[in-house]
Design a protein around this ligand. Structure first.
Ligand code: SF4
Length: 423
């Protein structure tokens, strides 16, 4: 196995801000590493698109100034640390910095440490411990936390994660794509094994920390099979995972695709020609060719996963946590509308105008300063959307429930069973 090289660097930017979605309710992303020793064969991060170094899987850069940049970002937004010991001393010298009783609570967002194109709990973290430093800042500033990893090293920090979860919210998720560990070792050679990842979820759930599974990317013919996906859902259910997000493989042309195809030729030569056809379009985002996909009689893993999830009562997305300072009903409504968009747009393929109406309403509700929870009577008529969406919003605001979503989830399940599982 190639020896890992760890190098330090200073970066100018660290924080990426993004909109919430059923994939992740997080809105702030930061990663202390560049490069990932896990070296997964399908890793999207190796693509030239991200301007990473050539030896991405062996040379790991540590963004040494990540903790300083992170704190600076929070302070620029007027947040103050809550737990730092020295804080009380600072307050004595600068009384204006003390929290003002009943002052307006600043709106917070869920922060993701890692994910994206480098794993924040990869092997380098054992000694570098920079992810832990970032977690300490999350705790100090009382922000909610989101982690996505393939390494059970995250359990080392369970003490801190528990403290964050107690005060706000912590959700630690694992990517798990292959139940069969022989196949998993081929495609994710240096990550924790599938069993270790499931065991980590079991431990986290025992400590009442939120946790789910990202069955993503699910490889055509290898991971995207009834057997593999059903097993992952069953094992996830057994260890208490709260949700599974499932989706397929993208292969961006260039280094990412070339490396993947070489491995495929070595271990799955029979599948090589099929992948050549599927990804022959060289789509710049790595999306497969839809016509080839249909000719090969394939089913999207997202659809397969939804079916098994529905049968096992495993949610297809995490329940949204509402951070401090945000309008609770607005964010809950936005979650409801985005779930509707997901089902109608990604599974039922309903008309674009229908999906857009829900999508636009989700954005409107999310960004509105008006508290939708206080709407009553005729006020629902003022919402600039169509009657159907207004009715969905009204039902949720007045009852806290959505029969519309419940029916839609059932209708989505029936549609998939009819389409793929009925002779
Ligand atoms: S863990 Fe994620 S970032 Fe790291 S190599 Fe694997 S796919 Fe890439």
């Amino acid at each position: 196995m190639q020896k890992m090289k760890i190098e330090e660097k200073l970066v100018k930017t660290l924080i990426r801000q993004g909109g919430p979605s059923v994939f992740s309710w997080s809105e702030i992303y930061l990663n202390p590493y560049q490069g990932c020793y896990h070296n997964c064969v399908y890793c999207d991060g190796k693509s030239e698109h991200y301007h990473m170094h050539d030896d991405f899987g062996d040379r790991i850069f540590v963004k040494k100034n990540a903790p300083a940049l992170f704190e600076k970002f929070l302070k620029n937004k007027s947040f103050q640390p809550v737990h730092e010991k020295e804080q009380s001393a600072i307050d004595e010298f600068f009384p204006s910095l003390k929290a003002i009783p009943n002052s307006k609570v600043l709106p917070k967002s869920i922060i993701t440490i890692g994910g994206g194109v480098c794993d924040s709990y990869q092997q380098a973290e054992e000694t570098v411990k920079i992810t832990r430093k970032l977690l300490e800042i999350v705790y100090n500033y009382q922000f909610p936390l989101w982690i996505l990893t393939k390494n059970d090293l995250v359990l080392r920090d369970i003490d801190l994660i528990k403290k964050i979860n107690k005060e706000t919210y912590a959700c630690v998720n694992f990517t798990i794509t292959l139940s069969d560990e022989k196949a998993q070792k081929i495609f994710e050679p240096r990550a924790s094994t599938t069993s270790e990842r499931f065991e980590a979820i079991r431990i986290l759930r025992k400590e009442e920390i939120h946790s789910g599974v990202y069955c993503y990317p699910s490889l055509p013919f290898i991971g995207n099979t009834d057997k593999n996906i059903q097993e992952i859902y069953q094992r996830a259910k057994r260890v208490g995972a709260e949700f599974i997000y499932c989706d397929g493989l993208t292969l961006k042309p260039g280094r990412s695709k070339n490396e993947f195809m070489q491995t495929l030729r070595q271990y799955y030569p029979d599948l090589y020609p099929k992948y050549e056809l599927l990804y022959s379009n060289n789509n710049k985002y790595g999306h497969l060719d839809q016509e080839q996909f249909e000719d090969l009689g394939l089913m999207r893993s997202l659809h397969r996963g939804y079916k098994f999830g529905y049968e096992m009562e495993l949610d297809y997305a995490a329940k949204r946590f509402v951070p401090e300072g945000r309008l609770t009903v607005n964010l809950q409504l936005s979650e409801l509308l985005r779930r509707i968009v997901y089902l109608k747009g990604s599974i039922l393929y309903e008309a674009r105008y229908e999906v857009n109406a829900f999508n636009n309403a989700a954005k409107l509700v999310e960004n509105s300063g008006r508290d939708f929870g206080k709407l009553r009577g005729d006020e629902f008529a003022d919402i600039p959307t169509n009657i159907q969406v207004k009715d969905v919003i009204k039902e949720f605001v007045l009852t806290g429930k959505s029969a519309y979503l419940k029916d839609l989830e059932k209708r989505t399940y029936d549609y998939l069973v009819d389409k793929y599982y009925t002779e």
